[in-house]
Design a protein around this ligand. Structure first.
Ligand SMILES: NC(=O)c1ccc[n+]([C@@H]2O[C@H](COP(=O)([O-])OP(=O)(O)OC[C@H]3O[C@@H](n4cnc5c(N)ncnc54)[C@H](OP(=O)(O)O)[C@@H]3O)[C@@H](O)[C@H]2O)c1
Length: 323
């Protein structure tokens, strides 16, 4: 495993980390979840990503359960949670968003579900137009001072709002955002490479990027339709099909097809190749992997070998075929 600093902070995260979305508390059972966390840990993964909204809190419960069961040393791994969407199936106004009340209540609930006394990373899962940014910055700072959170950050916030949060924090000597969690893969690059570009030097912003395989599309598994045991066939995820598979204008399936053909020409599996490409960006602190079975995870962890094996010429070809 390689370890990278989370932006300009002193926290060293494994370059490949592991997240619970869709799978934990939903698509897979506890025993497969346990095997996945154990395999990741054995490989040197030290960051496990969660959110209050994943399976309405059930994902965090499973994560807390298997980490406790595996007796991982608390100082050897990091866990996150994210606040915004709420954990209740039909949240009341105070059970969602980024108000001081919900930020604190959601943190306490995540601590209970994950069975820890602090969150290493705590994200604002989306911007909340109903709450002043300053209120959220003060709420996050309070959690850090109480020892309940170590680093806080954002997920899919516009650059201008991240900068505003950082300026408020600086003006009041509060802890500002350390990291952002954006989508980043060969089919979605703009935010990480262009919009956030000034923030890396300006704020020392780190990134924990998600969906490196575009929900599996870059493995080629959707080339001939949607397999019955895949993410896009999961009940309640119909909404995801459109954004993952795209339309004629975005040509996402065509670009994915050209990418998998190049991987075949290079003699490697497409999944780890797509993940390794994410790591060629030095502003990526860690790539969050998702997997519904251990064989996928073990394949994807081979990305680190490909990162060392291939040079600039290969990465430019990869970028050229995916547009
Ligand atoms: N902040 C946010 O808004 C946000 C949003 C999304 C995700 N995240 C985080 O990022 C993590 C990773 O995102 P993601 O799960 O979307 O990542 P991803 O790597 O794009 O997709 C993972 C899925 O692709 C399929 N897959 C993975 N490896 C494969 C392989 N080698 N061969 C074939 N299929 C394979 C599996 O689904 P199937 O087997 O079901 O097909 C797996 O669950 C999440 O767990 C979560 O922690 C954050």
């Amino acid at each position: 495993m390689q370890y990278r600093r989370l932006g300009s902070s002193g926290l060293q995260l494994s370059a490949l980390s592991f997240g619970a979305w869709v799978t934990f508390g939903g698509q897979i059972g506890r025993s497969e979840a346990r095997n996945l966390v154990a395999a990741a840990w054995d490989y040197g993964v030290n960051f496990f990503d969660n959110a209050e909204g994943y399976a309405n809190g059930a994902a965090e419960q499973v994560m807390g359960d298997v980490i406790a069961d595996l007796r991982l040393p608390r100082d050897g791994y990091c866990v996150s949670s994210k606040v915004f969407f709420g954990a209740a199936a039909d949240p009341r106004p105070t059970q969602r968003g980024l108000s001081r009340k919900h930020v604190r209540d959601a943190c306490d609930a995540a601590l209970r579900r994950l069975r820890v006394d602090h969150l290493d990373l705590y994200f604002c899962h989306r911007p909340d137009p109903e709450t002043p940014v300053a209120e959220t910055v003060w709420a996050m700072d309070a959690l850090i001072r109480q020892g309940k959170v170590l680093y806080w950050g954002t997920s899919e916030w516009p650059a201008a709002l991240i900068r505003e949060a950082a300026q408020i924090a600086r003006a009041h000597h509060l802890h500002g955002p350390t990291m952002e969690q954006p989508e980043y893969n060969l089919l979605r690059r703009e935010r990480v490479e262009l919009e956030y570009a000034p923030l890396y030097a300006e704020l020392g912003l780190g990134t924990t990027i998600w969906s490196p395989l575009a929900s599996g599309l870059l493995t080629g598994k959707y080339a001939d339709g949607v397999p019955a045991d895949s993410r896009l066939a999961q009940p309640q995820l119909e909404w995801l099909q459109g954004s993952v598979l795209g339309d004629a204008t975005s040509d996402r399936t065509g670009r994915a097809g050209r990418f998998t053909a190049l991987a075949a020409e290079l003699g490697v599996a497409p999944g780890p190749l797509a993940i390794a490409w994410c790591l060629t960006n030095p502003h990526v602190s860690t790539v969050l992997l998702g997997a519904s079975r251990v064989s996928q995870l073990l394949e994807n962890l081979q990305a680190l070998d490909l990162l060392e094996r291939f040079d600039e010429n290969v990465w430019r070809r990869v970028e050229a075929v995916t547009g």
